[in-house]
Ligand binder design. Structure first.
Ligand SMILES: [Zn+2]
Length: 249
């Protein structure tokens, strides 16, 4: 993250995303967690963000049972401890609360709303730089573009873009290895470096919650993209990818 001397180590992704064994009937989901060198300041300053990230991710519908149990254990304890302040920080706007029946007489409350996407992106920018150190053994120098694949959008271009990025990444990562010793909680994949020097990480949490980060090293020279120009100008644009078409504007 910076040029300061590294005199501590921090977990990437944060340790609190990995359930404690007491919430998992003794099973260990904290095997060989990734740590990277960090300066003291960066290590300390991000503990609030780590907590925010934990509450943001663990309770999302569609996670596997490990994410769900983590939510019912450590995450809910943290939320109660802060009198729900933590939960309030996760959503900038709360729209609706739905009560869903999971089984007979078993209900859960689901909050539907607008997440603090800006803060989430900052967290994943941090994680991408950490994973880069772990994977390539070098500090990443450049820009990170975070795409939160697990969000759904009300309508229009963002949702089409979301589907497009997901499909394109699936194609580029096809057959690539996964890294991470607790894959049910977290694993990552990385694409090849393309002709412009760009590459992409996929981070997958709790079996299906995807975040993609496009890595633009300062030495790369990304092309001007004609299609994206058209989209940004509000002109109707159709992009084909495999057998699918994605329509913008
Ligand atoms: Zn630092």
């Amino acid at each position: 993250m910076c040029e300061n001397p590294a005199n501590s180590r921090e977990h990437v992704p944060p340790k609190n995303l990995f359930p404690e064994s007491r919430d998992m009937r003794g099973e260990n989901y904290r095997v060989n967690l990734i740590t990277v060198p960090s300066c003291e300041l960066h290590n300390l300053s991000k503990s609030k963000d780590d907590e925010f990230l934990m509450v943001s991710l663990a309770g999302i519908i569609g996670n596997n049972s490990i994410g769900y149990r983590h939510k019912l254990g450590k995450v809910d304890r943290a939320i109660r401890r802060t009198s729900y302040r933590l939960l309030d920080a996760v959503l900038t706007k709360k729209r609706e609360i739905h009560r869903i029946e999971m089984a007979e007489n078993k209900f859960i409350d689901v909050i539907w709303g607008t997440p603090d996407a800006k803060r989430l992106m900052k967290c994943f920018d941090h994680i991408a730089r950490g994973v880069h150190v772990n994977h390539f053994n070098s500090r990443f120098d450049g820009r990170v573009h975070v795409h939160l694949g697990f969000l759904t959008y009300n309508k229009g271009n963002p949702q089409a873009w979301n589907d497009f990025v997901r499909r394109k990444t699936e194609i580029e990562l096809d057959g690539k290895p996964s890294y991470g010793a607790n894959p049910d909680v977290f694993f990552y994949q990385v694409t090849d470096v393309d002709e412009f020097g760009l590459f992409l990480f996929r981070f997958c949490f709790y079996g299906g919650l995807n975040i993609y980060t496009a890595m633009w090293p300062t030495t790369s020279s990304p092309p001007n993209n004609f299609a994206i120009d058209l989209m940004n100008r509000g002109i109707k644009t159709i992009v084909s990818l495999g057998d699918k078409k994605y329509e913008f504007n």
